[in-house]
Design a protein around this ligand. Sequence first.
Ligand SMILES: Cc1ncc(COP(=O)(O)O)c(C=O)c1O
Length: 395
Amino acid sequence: MSLRFAARLDRLGTEGAFEVLAQARRLEAQGRDVIHLEIGEPDFATPENIVDAAVRAMRDGATHYTPASGLMPVREATASYISKRTGVPCTADNVVLTPGSKNILLFALLALIEPGDEVILPDPGYPIYSSLTNFVGARPVPLPVREGNDFRIDVEELRGLTTERTRLLIVNSPANPTGGALTRADCEAIAELAIERDLVVLSDEIYSRLLYDGEHVSIYALDGMAERTILMDGMSKAWAMCGWRLGFGVMPVPLAKRMDTLMINSSSCAASFTQLAAVEAFESPLSDAAVDAMREEFQLRRDVLVDGLNRIPGIRCHRPAGAFYVFPNIEATGWSERDLARALLEEAGVALLAGTAFGAHGAGYLRLSYANSVDNIGRAIDRIGVHLAAAPAVH
Ligand SMILES: Cc1ncc(COP(=O)(O)O)c(C=O)c1O
């Protein structure tokens, strides 16, 4: 039988990192040595005290369904974590727990966006923003994020992109794939525009604990914004818990209630023992110390990678403020980003991503993740330098 698929599936995109990882694994299966700088996942183990909390929870019987938006004490702990970080007096009623933060994005789009509405999103940006916007039948409007502006949003440019149909603005600070972070002045200007144009803002703060320079400013904390902001965050990056699948959203209560219904109709709930482990992540000083140690190690790697790339002729690498990615400009090598990414994987054994995997404005850039050891980062820099020296851009 030939299955006939729904047209909506043709509107879904993908994540380049998963595709390149699969190609890299095929090369490794043929005996090739590949250094993985394509991955968007911390290489650290989850802190032991958090693992212990999950094991304890399971042994104590936390193996059942929970309420759809999460266990009340976990939602309370999440609200108090976000209140402490933002100063906004949110409560459990504002919180929805989902299996990974991606679901918060999907549910926000399903709950708020009609076909034909416009969603402004960063370009280059996390590819799932435009994929899911297309999926719900809305129009993604790319907002260029430029190296010359430290990979921050230009608020005047943003203003020029808003129309009568703009319903939602997605911001991501610190950002994947550029590592750029918004300043307080940026956030204030964005908030002013959002209020003036009556926009909802989805603020993806999944990398907020991985900021090396400056203060993390949450747009949710600014005057008049809590009522129009969905703060999206999760356990994956800060606590090295990608595989645990727990994300959370903090939002106005009426929207949280709608997301509860979406959870009832999809996952039923996030895993119970994963939820309980999150309380340990939020509240234990041991967890804070682990996050600090991971951040310090990431910062060291960032500097090794940025300095190493900048020593290679033709590459210019901006030092990003946060997350665990660099986004070097490779235009002066004469290579296109797609050809160079392919050649570095197939010929040099370095897996990384073309900037255009994150939108058209990624042309001329590569994305490298530094969720790998200093040793491997050093070996990758050597391989990239040798490859470019041996194969100058006749391509
Ligand atoms: C910017 C951004 N947002 C959201 C996510 C999704 O994280 P999770 O679903 O694991 O919470 C990622 C993962 O790579 C990301 O880079």
